[in-house]
Design a protein around this ligand. Structure first.
Ligand code: ZN
Length: 496
C-alpha cells in the first residue's frame, strides 16, 4: 500500500465488507462466518509496512489530519493484530457455535443460548447444572484463548510497545491508571451499600442469603421475571415511536435505520446495531421475547443507531467509523437509562405501586455492573502486565469475587476479558452518561425526554460521530470535568 489515501480508502471498504458479513451471520441470515476470507482480500492492508507508511505521515501532520491519522493508526494496529490470530478466532467461534451444554437425562442446550436459558430457569439446581456445563465448554476454549493472547503479546513487543496496556494507552490517549484509581475508590465507597441492597433483594426475591448465593443466582435475579407483564413484546416499538414523537426525533432517521425483528433459528439472542454504512444504512437487530431486558437492549441499540444514522455526511471517514467508542456507548446508555427514569416509566409503562421496588432493583443491577467492570479493569491491567499468563487465574477470581460478592470461577479468566480494554470504554461511557443526564435535567427540566429542544440538543451532539473524545465532548457541551459524581448522586437517590 503506497499512500495514506490508498490505506484510508481500502480500510473503509474493508470495514463495510466485514460489517456486512458480521450482520449476516449474527442476524441468522447465514451460518458460516467467513471473516478471515475478507482479511485475505486485503493482503497489503494489515502489514507492518502499512503501519510504517501511516506513521511517517502521522508524525508530519497536525490538527484535524493528525487526529484522523491517529484513529486510523489505532484501528489498523488492532486489525493487524487480529489478523495474526484469525485462524484461532475462527476455531474459537466454531467451537463456541457447535458446543452444547448437556444436562442429565435431558436435552442439550446450545452453548450460546445457555446464558438465556439459565436466566430463565426458576429451579436453582438446574441453574447450577447449566452453569457447570458452561464452565466445561469454557475449559475447552481456554487453550485456544491462551494461544491467542500469547501471540498478541508477541506482536505488541514487535511493534515497539512495552506491553499491551502501554500500546492501548499510547494509541487511545486514555489514562487507564487514573480511571482505575477512581474506580477502586468507588468500589470501596459503595461496598456497604451494595452488600445491603443485594442481601435485601436476594432474600426478598429468592429467599437466599448473600453467602449462599452463586453467580448463576444473580443471572436469574437480574432477569426480573416478576415484571414481565409490564413489558409486553407487542408494545415495545409502538412505545418507542410515541416517545420519539414527543422529542421530535424520527427513530427511523428518514429511512436510514431499519429494525430487523424477524425470528430466525440461528439469530443471535443478543440485540445489536449493524452499521453497514454510516450514516446511510443502520440496522437494529433484535429477537424480541418480552420483558424488561428486551426494552433495555432495544433502547441501548437505538442509541447507537440514532448516533450513527445522524452522524453528518460531512464528517470524514475516520470520524464516522473510528475513534473513541466510549462516545457511541455514552449515547447508547443515554437512551438505555430511560429505563432508570421514574418519570419516563410512569409515562410509558405505568407500573403503579411497583415502580419504587422496580427502580431499586434496576439501580442495584446498575451498581453491580459498575462494580463488575471496575474489578474487570483492575484485573485486565494486571493480566496484561507481562507476557506470561501464569498466576492470572487466581487474581481474576479474587478481584471479581471481592467486587461482586458471589464466587467467580478461575475458568473464565480469559473468556471474560474484553479485548483492547473495552471495559474501560464502557466505564467512561457510564461516567459521562450520568453527568449528561444531570445536564439534560438542569437545562430541559425533569421531563427533558419529552422536550423537542432536548431532541435538538441530542441531534447536535450525534452529528459529530466520534470526532471528539468524551473529554472534548464534555468540554464542548459545558459539563466540565468527567467524574463519578453523577453516578454517586444517582445511586444515593435510589439506593441510599
Ligand atoms: Zn453498546
Amino acid at each position: 500500500m503506497k499512500t495514506t489515501l490508498d490505506i484510508r480508502n481500502k480500510t473503509e471498504s474493508f470495514i463495510k465488507e466485514s460489517h456486512q458479513e458480521l450482520y449476516q451471520n449474527r442476524a441468522g441470515l447465514k451460518e458460516e462466518s467467513r471473516l478471515s476470507d475478507i482479511y485475505l482480500k486485503y493482503p497489503n492492508l494489515f502489514t507492518e509496512e502499512t503501519l510504517e507508511t501511516l506513521k511517517t505521515d502521522l508524525v508530519r501532520s497536525e490538527g484535524e489530519e493528525r487526529k484522523r491519522l491517529n484513529f486510523l493508526y489505532e484501528y489498523l494496529t488492532v486489525a493487524y493484530q487480529r489478523q495474526g490470530i484469525n485462524h484461532l478466532t475462527d476455531k474459537i467461534l466454531t467451537l463456541e457455535a457447535k458446543a452444547t451444554v448437556k444436562l442429565p437425562r435431558e436435552e442439550e442446550i446450545p452453548f450460546r443460548r445457555a446464558e438465556v436459558v439459565l436466566a430463565n430457569e426458576q429451579n436453582r439446581e438446574r441453574r447450577t447444572l447449566i452453569y457447570q456445563g458452561q464452565r466445561k465448554v469454557i475449559r475447552e476454549l481456554n487453550p485456544l484463548l491462551e494461544e491467542s493472547w500469547e501471540r498478541v503479546y508477541d506482536q505488541v513487543g514487535k511493534l515497539g510497545f512495552s506491553n499491551y496496556t502501554d500500546q492501548f494507552q499510547k494509541l487511545s490517549g486514555i489514562d487507564l491508571k487514573s480511571l482505575n484509581n477512581q474506580m477502586q475508590k468507588f468500589l470501596s465507597e459503595t461496598e456497604e451499600l451494595y452488600v445491603d441492597v443485594l442481601s435485601w433483594a436476594l432474600n426478598k426475591k429468592m429467599g437466599l442469603k448473600l453467602r449462599e448465593a452463586q453467580k448463576s443466582d444473580l443471572s436469574y435475579l437480574f432477569r426480573f421475571h416478576e415484571y414481565d407483564s409490564f413489558f409486553p413484546k407487542g408494545w415495545m416499538i409502538t412505545l418507542m415511536r410515541r416517545w420519539s414523537e414527543a422529542l421530535k426525533l424520527d427513530i427511523m432517521a428518514e429511512g436510514r435505520i431499519t429494525f430487523d425483528t424477524e425470528p430466525r433459528p440461528t439469530k443471535s439472542p443478543r440485540a445489536f446495531c449493524a452499521t453497514l454504512d454510516v450514516p446511510d444504512q443502520v440496522i437494529l437487530v433484535i429477537l424480541p421475547r418480552g420483558g424488561v431486558e428486551d426494552y433495555r437492549a432495544f433502547l441501548h441499540e437505538l442509541g447507537h443507531s440514532l448516533h450513527f444514522a445522524y452522524t453528518s455526511h460531512e464528517e470524514p471517514f475516520e470520524f464516522r467509523w473510528l475513534g473513541d467508542s466510549s462516545v457511541t456507548e455514552a449515547h447508547a446508555f443515554t437512551l438505555e437509562h430511560m429505563i432508570l427514569n421514574p418519570l419516563w416509566l410512569k409515562r410509558y409503562l405505568d407500573m403503579g405501586k411497583e415502580t419504587q421496588n422496580f427502580l431499586q432493583l434496576l439501580h442495584l443491577k446498575y451498581l453491580y455492573f459498575l462494580r463488575r467492570y471496575g474489578a474487570k479493569l483492575a484485573y485486565e491491567l494486571f493480566l496484561h502486565e507481562g507476557s506470561s499468563l501464569s498466576g492470572k487465574k487466581e487474581v481474576y477470581r479474587e478481584l471479581l469475587t471481592d467486587a461482586c460478592k458471589v464466587i467467580y470461577d478461575t475458568d473464565y479468566y480469559l473468556y471474560d476479558v474484553d479485548s483492547y480494554f473495552y471495559a474501560a470504554r464502557y466505564l467512561r461511557a457510564w461516567i459521562f452518561e450520568a453527568q449528561l443526564s444531570w445536564f439534560l435535567t438542569e437545562n430541559f427540566d425533569e421531563d427533558w425526554f419529552r422536550n423537542p429542544h432536548a431532541g435538538e440538543f441530542l441531534l447536535n451532539i450525534w452529528k459529530y460521530g466520534q470526532r471528539y473524545t468524551l473529554e472534548e465532548l464534555a468540554q464542548k457541551i459545558g459539563i466540565g470535568e468527567i467524574s463519578l459524581d453523577g453516578i454517586r448522586e444517582r445511586l444515593n437517590r435510589y439506593l441510599g
